[in-house]
Write a protein that binds this ligand. Structure first.
Ligand SMILES: [Fe+2]
Ligand SMILES: [Fe+2]
Length: 356
């Protein structure tokens, strides 16, 4: 996706990663080693320590659970046969706790007991180390597990941020005259169009964030203007039209959102140059903004606003076609029509109770 906007707002190549958030250094990860055999435990501890990890030892499942109340491990390596609480029971206890459920778990099994592996697989354990432990095998499996854990955490973190952003965006929507679900629908329509165009995961991700946040700048618009039923005065319109710039400013300093700034800033530009805030025309309008403006308008036309009733989806489509080449990039309109043909637009509308 190319952005031809001012250099200040050029995308920084954000993808799934969140450059604004430092992940812990995994060499310093805390690993629990749970085994009733002290000799074996110390052996594991020394190997892991020499690799830079922090190791906490426990004699059995019960002992480990007690210690986990003070320190949450990033990884657990556990023997199977232990007194008091064996490896399977311990694994189940860990998985029953929502705080611990994501912690990677490696079972240690005796070389001569493949039945252990079968039993563990039934519980959902994927990784086994067989005794005697091979140094290199141990180090590589630990590294792989921690990396996978980190990636999962990153994705979860991002999902949590997106959920908070959507909540914030919806809070603004409530102040506005928009109907419920505008943000979610615009996001879904925009992604459907982008998928027709074959956008990469990274670009879809940027588009998703841009769609969620496109009207975030309305937070600074007074209620009287946002909710006004009749036409706005020129002065009020000027104020309303500051929202893309305000929104872009709010978001530009947040590293993982910076890539979607061009979308927020330019979502009211028009293909023929008659839009705002900068009157950009044609391909000078960032591609994400050109795409989003179709999704945004389509939802505006087809849902109830304070100033009029919702119109049919078909009417929405006709309006988009009518403004191809004036308001919208004709290529984007084609992609929208393709998404329509594939039933995507109806499918999205239907999830909000529209059956047409
Ligand atoms: Fe807007
Ligand atoms: Fe909108």
């Amino acid at each position: 996706m190319k952005q031809r906007n001012s250099p200040k707002y050029q995308r920084t190549g954000t993808s799934l990663a969140l450059p604004g958030f430092e992940m812990p250094e995994w060499k310093k990860a805390t690993i629990f080693v749970v085994d009733d055999n002290a000799f074996f435990r110390v052996g594991l501890r020394e190997i892991l320590k020499s690799e830079g990890y922090t190791v906490i030892e426990a004699q059995d499942g019960r002992d480990a659970l007690r210690k986990m109340r003070d320190t949450t491990p990033e990884l657990i390596i556990s023997d199977i046969n232990m007194p008091h609480m064996d490896g399977y029971a311990f694994f189940q206890e860990v998985h029953a706790n929502p705080q611990w459920v994501g912690i990677p778990f490696i079972f240690l099994s005796a070389y001569d007991s493949p039945e252990d592996v079968v039993a563990g697989k039934k519980l959902g354990v994927e990784d086994y180390l067989t005794k005697p432990i091979d140094y290199n095998e141990l180090v590589s499996i630990v590294q792989a597990k921690l990396t996978r854990f980190r990636e999962l955490r990153m994705v979860q973190l991002q999902q949590a941020y997106e959920a908070s952003l959507t909540m914030l965006a919806n809070a603004i929507e409530v102040r506005d005259s928009y109907t419920r679900g505008h943000v979610e629908r615009v996001t879904a329509y925009a992604l459907a169009i982008a998928r027709v165009l074959g956008w990469s995961e990274a670009d879809l991700n940027t588009l998703r964030l841009g769609a969620i946040l496109h009207d975030i700048g309305k937070i600074q618009i007074r209620d009287e203007i946002l909710r006004k039923k009749g036409a706005l005065t020129p002065e009020e319109r000027r104020e309303m039209r500051t929202h893309p710039v305000v929104g872009a400013k709010m978001v530009e300093r947040i590293p993982f959102l910076a890539a979607c700034v061009p979308i927020i800033l330019s979502h009211h530009e028009r293909w023929d140059g008659s839009g705002y805030p900068h009157g950009l025309a044609g391909k000078d309008i960032p591609v994400g903004a050109r795409l989003l403006s179709i999704a945004d308008s389509f939802d505006a036309i087809t849902t109830t606003r304070s100033y009029r009733e919702a119109r049919a989806l078909e009417t929405g489509k006709t309006e988009i076609i009518r403004s191809s080449g004036t308001m919208y990039d004709p290529k984007m309109v084609e992609a929208f029509l393709e998404a329509w043909k594939q039933g995507e637009i109806h499918r999205i509308a239907a999830t909000w109770g529209r059956k047409e």
